[in-house]
Design a protein around this ligand. Structure first.
Ligand code: HDE
Length: 760
């Protein structure tokens, strides 16, 4: 192998020398080329995947060998080849008549290489184009076994899963931290076939009927003339639509709340939205709503932070998910269900269970945990897995059935249909990430991208030529038998039920359930978004919608827009708040939270190392920020910096520690006495980049602490040493403990007391 490699390397080098000779004869040509960068020349097999990556499952869709080894279809072997496996000596030069051409048409390698490249792109998803995914496992507690016969929900069952998170409006290359709904789609590879739970991080939807989906998406996507703005709802067409279409009010309110700017995919709840119907072994049915509850707690960004992040690290959520998994901090969610009796009315406590713009408060229908999802492996290849995965709410397993929610009905059509354009034909279930982990014998044949080599002569039923195979499976053989729901005699109409007309009581409940600071964020979000609308008439119309949610909300937004606040057009609904809807006031584990430790040459390395160790012991991620990479301490090699003053922005950290120096007279954090122009003393300052870091951390209500000389820095930034969430002490251990205590509540909201009234 070595000899062959040297021969190839030699051949290329020789040709290079020839080129040099000929080029040197040209007038004005440089006498010699710069030396090429060194490349390893020893052939070796491709690097094995990282431990947290593995290729998609290779279960054959037909159970019949395809004749192709999946590993061989990925990149294998030490030598570069054509797609046909022919070894190649050179892929850098086209075949030419002499070094200066012309290029010869007979260059089959050139044609194959460029042909394939020309077709690398496939259409992005029409919605949810921007996403990130991960593999994992779902462990069932068995608590759902009494309401469903689904095998993967039986006690102590483990099922492989793939989850894809997404934004809705932006295109594939857009930023992660925009204000938008997030998709939360899970594919369970169960022993009974694939079950897809295709949900969002918001439990309600903009529309009650799928026929409106093109309308709401056309309104939310960029304007058709200039194609701006990208990945956001802060523009005229969106607000034009939602102000006219008041059933969107509830979802829009969630979008304008902190739920629209999740801190991380790991800290989002997930919801199936529609009511589904479960059926157990005895045939008893129960209506349910699906919930994902993050073990890491529900946590969002503040708007300024989301905007800074979109510029500084547009891949923030994607990176956060992959980094956490690679570091072994596996994100986890509990799957839960709210259960309701399956009555003919399909109502619960006056709430229409078929209306996807309504929720059932957890206080009256608690979420019952039924299993644990753990994401534990990053995809080996983004395109093969995250991009090619195809979800469909109609991928169901025995024990799980649908209801007549008209929004769900349209989805059952749309998801299959869209894959034809996106994945180029109906054989997408054969793509490895889409393959069921159960035997498939579907009698489907041919079409584009057929990779199976089907056997037998009778892909039809009934047949005798293939011995009658495949056989029908009744319920006893695990066949999917639809629940025999009786249908009432009805007249064909294009209408919605009267219960769908209530568009304001649920938004009002959401508003009243928010803490004052969350209310303030909602006011700011509406004001920001509507202020981006050009048409005053749209702003005025949306204010009329807000008046029907709550007069205070309407007045505050109206004030920001410089418009009068209209009165409600209907009586405000009498609703009880649902404290479960608020993200504030709970305690969460600090696992995986990121602690920035600012240090410089004046900081004792052993103290920084001790804080770092304490953070690691608390399962947090400590990142040392220093003037330069490498040694961040006192030069004894005790602490390594992962961030520098130049590349660290506050948005990356959940809390910040300023590792001051307790030594008297030492110059903490590079602090120095700035000289004003006339030479007078102008007070202590530190590196302006660090000052910005501290200032933003404070402004974004994150815990902040330090010891030693940090009091001088607080003074310059006008931060009281005992301000809420600011821990100042001469004892580094006390600073660390104080910060961890604050982090359990995610943010120090009481640092900036909100003006909005509390409801309860
Ligand atoms: Fe989707 N939606 N959707 N949607 N949706 C798609 O399917 C559609 C809706 C959701 O990571 C598309 O494969 C219609 C609600 C997620 O691959 C498409 C309606 C909910 C994803 C489609 C809805 C969702 C999609 C585009 C109104 C939450 C990303 C690409 C009736 C319960 C899945 C694709 C992924 C993707 C149609 C409404 C969630 C076009 C017609 C409600 C998470 O088929």
């Amino acid at each position: 192998v070595k000899a062959a490699a040297q021969k190839v390397a030699g051949a290329v080098t020789d040709r290079g020398r020839e080129d040099d000779r000929e080029e040197a004869e040209l007038p004005g040509a440089p006498a010699a080329r710069p030396a090429p960068l060194e490349e390893p020349t020893e052939p070796h097999d491709p690097l094995p995947p990282k431990p947290d990556q593995h290729g998609p499952a290779t279960v054959s869709p037909t159970g019949v060998p395809t004749g192709a080894d999946q590993a061989a279809m990925a990149q294998a072997g030490a030598y570069h080849t054509t797609a046909q496996g022919l070894r190649l000596p050179d892929t850098d030069h086209s075949l030419k008549a002499g070094p200066r051409g012309p290029v010869l048409l007979q260059d089959h390698h050139l044609r194959e290489k460029v042909m394939h490249f020309d077709h690398e792109r496939i259409p992005e998803r029409v919605v949810h184009a921007r996403g990130a995914g991960a593999h994992g496992v779902f462990r069932s507690y068995g608590t759902a076994a009494q309401v469903t016969k689904a095998a993967f929900l039986a006690k102590d069952t483990q099922t492989p899963v793939f989850v894809r998170f997404s934004t809705v409006l932006g295109s594939r290359g857009s930023a992660d931290t925009v204000r938008d709904t997030r998709g939360f789609a899970t594919k369970f590879y169960t022993s009974e076939g694939v079950f897809d739970l295709v949900g969002n991080n918001i439990p309600v939807f903009f529309i009650q009927d799928a026929i409106k989906f093109p309308d709401v998406i056309h309104a939310g996507k960029p304007h058709p003339d200039r194609e701006i703005p990208q990945a956001q709802s802060a523009h005229d067409t969106f607000w034009d639509f939602v102000s006219l279409h008041t059933e969107a009010t509830h979802h829009t309110l969630w979008n304008m709340s902190d739920r629209g700017i999740a801190r991380s995919f790991r800290t989002m709840e997930g919801f199936g939205i529609h009511t589904f119907r479960l059926v157990n072994a005895e045939g008893t049915t129960t209506l349910v709503k699906w919930h994902w509850k993050p073990k890491q707690g529900v946590h969002s960004m503040v708007w300024e932070e989301a905007q800074i992040t979109a510029g500084m690290d547009p891949d923030f959520h994607r990176r956060d998910l992959a980094d956490a998994i690679e570091a072994g901090a596996y994100p986890e969610w509990e799957l839960g269900i709210q259960t309701f009796p399956d009555t003919p009315e399909q109502m619960f406590e006056g709430i229409d269970l078929l209306d996807p713009t309504k929720i059932v408060p957890e206080e009256i229908a608690p979420v019952q945990p039924i299993g644990l999802l753990t994401l534990n492996a990053n995809p080996a290849n983004f395109f093969a897995e995250t991009e090619q995965i195809a979800f469909h709410p109609g991928h169901l397993v025995p024990g799980i059935d649908i209801t007549d929610d008209p929004l769900l009905a349209g989805r059952l059509f749309s998801y299959l249909d869209t894959q034809i354009t996106r994945l180029g034909g109906p054989n997408f279930p054969q793509i490895p990430v889409n393959r069921p982990h159960a035997p498939v014998n579907d009698m489907q044949r041919d079409s584009f991208h057929q990779t199976a080599v089907h056997r037998g002569v009778a892909p039809y039923r009934p047949n005798s030529l293939d011995g009658g195979c495949p056989f029908a499976a009744g319920a006893a053989e695990g066949g999917y038998v639809e629940v025999p729901v009786p249908l009432a005699a009805a007249t064909k109409v294009r209408e919605a039920p009267a219960t769908f007309d209530d568009h304001f009581s649920h938004p009002r409940r959401f508003w009243l359930s928010m803490s004052p600071v969350e209310k303030e964020h909602i006011i700011n979000a509406y004001t920001f978004e509507l202020s981006k609308c050009w048409e005053r008439a749209i702003q005025e119309r949306q204010l009329r919608v807000l008046a029907n949610i709550d007069p205070y909300l309407c007045e505050q937004v109206a004030a920001g827009l410089g418009l009068p606040a209209p009165a409600p057009s209907e009586a405000l609904a009498e609703v009880r708040p649902s404290p479960a809807l608020s993200q504030v006031g709970k305690e969460w584990p600090v696992t995986g939270r990121i602690l920035g430790i600012v240090t410089d040459g004046g900081t004792a390395a052993d103290t920084v190392a001790a804080v770092r160790r304490a953070a690691l012991d608390a399962d947090m991620v400590p990142l040392v920020i220093a003037p330069a990479l490498g040694d961040g301490g006192d030069g004894d090699g005790g602490v390594t910096a992962q961030r520098t003053f130049a590349n660290a922005r506050s948005v990356e950290f959940d809390a910040l520690v300023l590792a001051g120096t307790p030594a008297p007279g030492a110059d903490a954090l590079g602090a120095r006495d700035a000289k004003a122009g006339d030479g007078a003393e102008a007070g202590p300052v530190t590196d302006p980049r660090v000052m910005l870091l501290i200032d933003e951390t404070y402004r974004h209500a994150k815990p902040l602490g330090g010891w030693g000389d940090v009091r001088r820095i607080w003074e310059v930034l006008n931060i009281a040493p005992d301000a809420p969430g600011v821990v100042t002490s001469d004892n580094p251990a006390a600073v660390f403990d104080g910060i961890v205590g604050h982090l359990r509540h995610h943010r120090v909201w009481h640092r900036f007391p909100a003006q909005a009234p509390a409801t309860y």
